[in-house]
Design a protein around this ligand. Structure first.
Ligand SMILES: *Cc1c(COP(=O)(O)O)cnc(C)c1O
Length: 365
């Protein structure tokens, strides 16, 4: 058997958790409490829903992929009424639709995903947060994909709960996630129950925040926390502005290249995420056929969820937010389109991508 040092990793020091939470707070631009959740980001989202949801609570859940649907389901399981506002397939929600939905009744909570990795769209976060706040509702934002790829300023925007994970634009591992909780949200969080629960924010409040932020409750995985510490150190060394700029440039290149290849843009740049770019295929061509023509060796994938079957996704998130990766994906997509009989000029698309990257200012690594 191959020897590995992973089982022999040193323990994670009790005094090491608070600095991690503080680093996450700086990334989020918040002075609110930051909690570390031992589990992938979907677990942190479920914990938020389980801790805030209760009978009598009414939530408006914006649905632009399965994540919005999941949080609605978790809220219902906690006894809340969750109304789903479903955007057109693969499209961002329109702020006007949120305003209409809020006017239809009383809502205590609004949930929204900031940027979608499923379809490469960006939701109008600031407008939706402002609408929710003027309605008097708490706002929960799934910023798992967007953090590091888009500006996210939790306190300036007035976001009550923001959930992030290290494994998307921050380029880390999926085992630990984090969230911020505003004082107003704390007022709604269920108190600790009879037995401890990984889904209870109230537990983390009393067992970690309330005890001086030392050792986390339970038996944390040292490996995962060492990985999170390394990820946050790397993010700090690169700097959030340059991390975001790297994603912006990769996305600009991918969008320009995809437009040149297919002659159409799936969404306008202002509504596109910097993490993933969806290339819209022409009528009569679905993603499965294009991907089959691209062959198994590419990182291209079909869109996820309704509408996704007409989209081919290029992933330029985290370590993949680089011009060389984008050019490789565009070349693979271009070859696939030609293989299924579409006339497209791959060289011109690559040149358009490079020009768009140059147009962003500094050179892409
Ligand atoms: C990836 C992702 C999640 C889930 O994160 P996991 O760590 O995979 O559980 C949730 N929301 C969004 C928007 C994501 O992109």
């Amino acid at each position: 058997m191959t020897w590995t040092s992973l089982p022999d990793a040193p323990g994670f020091p009790a005094e090491g958790y608070a600095p991690l939470a503080d680093a996450v707070g700086r990334i989020l631009g918040t002075r609110n409490d930051v909690l570390l959740v031992q589990g992938e980001a979907a677990v942190a989202l479920e914990a938020v829903a389980a801790s805030l949801g209760r009978p009598g609570m009414r939530a408006l859940c914006v649905v632009t992929s399965m994540y919005g649907r999941w949080i609605a389901g978790w809220l219902r399981r906690a006894g809340a009424t969750a109304v789903e506002l479903v955007a057109a397939p693969g499209r961002p929600v329109e702020a006007a639709a949120v305003a209409v939905a809020l006017a239809s009744g009383r809502f205590d909570l609004v949930t929204i995903v900031h940027a979608e990795s499923a379809t490469g769209i960006l939701n109008p976060l600031e407008e939706v947060v402002a609408l929710a706040r003027s309605h008097g509702a708490l706002v929960v934002v799934d910023a798992v994909a967007s953090v590091g790829g888009h500006a996210l300023d939790v306190d300036a925007a007035g976001i009550d709960v923001a959930v992030i994970g290290p494994q998307k634009a921050l380029g880390g591992q999926a085992g630990v996630s984090a969230l911020s909780v505003s004082p107003a949200a704390w007022e709604r969080v269920a108190p600790p129950g009879e037995a401890p629960s990984i889904l209870s924010l109230g537990d983390l409040r009393s067992l970690w925040l309330g005890t001086g932020r030392g050792a986390l409750p339970g038996t944390p995985s040292a490996l995962e926390f060492h990985a999170l510490a390394a990820t946050l150190a790397r993010v700090q060394a690169e700097g959030m502005p340059s991390l975001r700029a790297r994603h912006r440039r990769a996305a600009a290149a991918a969008r320009a290249g995809a437009l040149a290849l297919t002659g159409r843009a799936w969404v306008a740049s202002a509504h596109a995420s910097n993490l993933v770019t969806a290339a819209a295929l022409p009528e009569g061509l679905d993603a499965a056929r294009a991907l089959a023509a691209a062959g198994p060796a590419t990182a291209l994938s079909a869109g996820a969820g309704p509408g996704g079957e007409r989209l081919v996704r290029m992933n330029h998130t985290g370590a993949r937010a680089r011009l060389d990766v984008v050019l490789g994906d565009l070349a693979a997509l271009g070859r696939a389109l030609r293989a299924v009989g579409m006339e497209t000029d791959v060289g011109r698309a690559l040149a358009a991508a490079e020009a768009a990257a140059d147009g962003c200012g500094e050179a892409i690594p």
